[in-house]
Ligand binder design. Structure first.
Ligand code: PEP
Length: 253
């Protein structure tokens, strides 16, 4: 049985006051949810504060995720943060290959694979994002795109590496646009991803959690999370509103 996971990607948002409030509200609002795992990903700057608050609050939720990492342990890499540094702060997950990093920061499939491996070597669980653009969907190449993004990681790290990782299917056309993939559209791609992994290792395929991301809201979460191969959500905009995010977490419980 795969435990559902809901991760809030706060992107480049938040002040210290907002971070404090959100952590406190999410911790209080998700207390007593036993069947769902919950994490939030503040900016690097706010991770320390979030870690401190989580400890003070002493609640089971939320765990912490980072939005990025640099694939070296330490050294002369001005402006970067490594996996061991994040793990040292109590961070559990790290998002790799988010479409905003692929598009704005020109991260290639190969660069994403290197980050994926560095995350695991540094003691973090990578959340590997894959997803097609609107043009690729309209051309009918959604499956080909997501499988090639996944294969780049499998080629570098081996299929066994997926045992300690999470996959997030995030169609680019649904991110921050308010257009959610229909539960059937999302389930279709999730199934393709799982079946692809099963060709190499059916046990790993059955165990790996595949999240859906792309304008998930409280109103769409239940139907999405009810799909056989959807194991929770990676939530952007809606994760900045405590009530909305808590409601999404409840849908996964
Ligand atoms: C995301 O950035 O991972 C995301 C899914 O954003 P949103 O929910 O705002 O579409």
């Amino acid at each position: 049985m795969r435990q559902k996971l809901v991760v809030g990607n706060w992107k480049m948002h938040g002040s210290r006051t907002q971070v404090r409030q959100l952590i406190e509200d999410v911790a209080a609002g998700t207390a007593g949810l036993n069947d769902v795992e919950i994490a939030v990903a503040p900016t690097f700057l706010h991770l320390g504060l979030a870690a401190q608050l989580s400890q003070q609050v002493g609640a089971e939720h939320p765990k912490l995720a980072a939005q990025n990492l640099y694939p070296q342990e330490q050294g002369a890499f001005t402006g970067e943060v490594s996996a061991p540094m994040l793990a040292d702060y109590g961070v559990t997950y790290v998002i790799v290959g988010h479409s905003e990093r692929r598009e704005i920061f020109a991260e290639t499939d190969q660069a994403v694979a290197v980050k994926f491996q560095a995350a695991q070597e540094g003691g973090l669980l990578p959340i590997l994002c894959v997803g097609e653009s609107l043009q690729q969907r309209e051309q009918g190449s959604s499956e080909e795109v997501v499988l090639s993004q996944l294969d780049a990681v499998i080629a570098a790290a081996g299929v066994e590496a997926l045992q300690s990782a999470v996959i997030a299917y995030e169609p680019i056309w649904a991110i921050g646009t308010g257009k959610t993939a229909s539960p059937e559209q999302a389930q279709g791609i999730h199934r393709v991803l799982r079946e692809h992994i099963a060709k190499s290792n059916s046990t790993i395929a059955a165990g790996v959690r595949i999240l859906y991301g792309g304008s998930v809201k409280a109103s769409s979460a239940t139907e999405l999370f009810d799909q056989t191969d959807i194991d929770g959500g990676l939530v952007g905009g809606a994760s900045l509103k405590a009530e909305e995010f808590i409601s999404i977490c409840k849908s996964a419980d």
